[in-house]
Ligand binder design. Structure first.
Ligand SMILES: NC(=O)c1ccc[n+]([C@@H]2O[C@H](COP(=O)([O-])OP(=O)(O)OC[C@H]3O[C@@H](n4cnc5c(N)ncnc54)[C@H](O)[C@@H]3O)[C@@H](O)[C@H]2O)c1
Length: 256
């Protein structure tokens, strides 16, 4: 087992990718803390793993820096340590560029950018003194491509790419690796509600829009959260000890 006995905190663990990562980590022997805005969603993930007794389900709003600190403290209080931190929490709001408001921009940045940073910081404060840690963020092809209907999301993911590089360089000497994993267009998760919204804005049916956005992909299909989760296992494992500051594409060539 690649993660045997390691304590992993998965924030956003109630969502589609978080659940798939939790399942893969559980299979590889990790002890799991699943945190989500909705504790019910975190509990559901734990229950689906059949390891509810071994795991911890927590509520956290990562838009609040104090809550980022508190969730890490809860994990350490329960397990006594933290080796792996995965941030799968994010939101995406669709708005034509001329209609983006400061409030909606800030809402996205509070979770995707500031939340990502302060959760990572809280996790690193535990990992650095112990000279070991694996930090994994989830970025998006949107951070590099032009998606005018969700510019705030795309920009917030560019922040993720950037904080990964800064933290990776700073913490490499302390045995803490920091990477981000970039899923392509997935078969599940936030993309469902996003595409309903995009269909409304572009006056297409959701089915039409989804078909266009699938057929345009180099592989002609979307990627499942379970496929992406396998890369999250590898990046958290000892096999990836020398991998840091990476923006690891799992996009099926989408970015080309
Ligand atoms: N679905 C896709 O096609 C796709 C593609 C590329 C990247 N991504 C990225 O993958 C990651 C996972 O996305 P997903 O598709 O599983 O989405 P999802 O909506 O299924 O999961 C996101 C989870 O984050 C939680 N969350 C939202 N705000 C939070 C907050 N303030 N505090 C704590 N938790 C919060 C939600 O409750 C949800 O459970 C995200 O970073 C997303 O940007 C997704």
């Amino acid at each position: 087992m690649l993660l045997n006995g390691q304590v992993a905190l998965i924030v956003g663990g109630g969502g589609a990718l978080g659940r798939a990562v939790a399942r893969a980590y559980c299979r590889e022997g990790a002890l799991l803390a699943i945190a989500d805005l909705h504790r019910e969603a975190a509990l559901k993930t734990l229950a689906s793993l059949g390891c509810r007794d071994k795991g911890l389900a927590l509520a956290v709003d990562i838009a609040e820096p104090a809550a980022c600190q508190a969730v890490v403290e809860q994990v350490v209080a329960h397990f006594g340590r933290l080796e792996i931190f995965v941030n799968c929490a994010a939101i995406c709001l669709a708005d034509p560029l001329l209609e983006v408001t400061p409030e909606r921009w800030d809402k996205v940045f509070a979770v995707n950018a500031r939340g990502a940073f302060f959760c990572m910081q809280a996790a690193a404060k535990v990992m650095i003194p112990r000279k070991y840690g694996r930090i994994l963020h989830i970025s998006s092809p949107a951070s590099r491509l032009g998606f005018p209907l969700f510019a705030s999301y795309a920009a917030s993911k560019a922040v993720v790419d950037s904080i990964v590089r800064a933290a990776a360089v700073d913490w490499a000497r302390h045995g803490v690796t920091v990477n981000c994993l970039v899923p392509g267009r997935m078969t599940d998760g936030m993309i469902r509600s996003l595409e309903e919204e995009l269909a409304r804005i572009t006056e297409k049916t959701t089915e039409e829009l989804q078909a266009d956005r699938t057929h345009g992909l180099p592989m002609g299909r979307r990627v499942s959260p379970e496929e992406v989760a396998e890369a999250a296992v590898w990046l958290a494992s000892n096999a990836a000890a020398y991998v840091t500051a990476e923006r690891f594409n799992f996009t099926g060539g989408m970015e080309l």
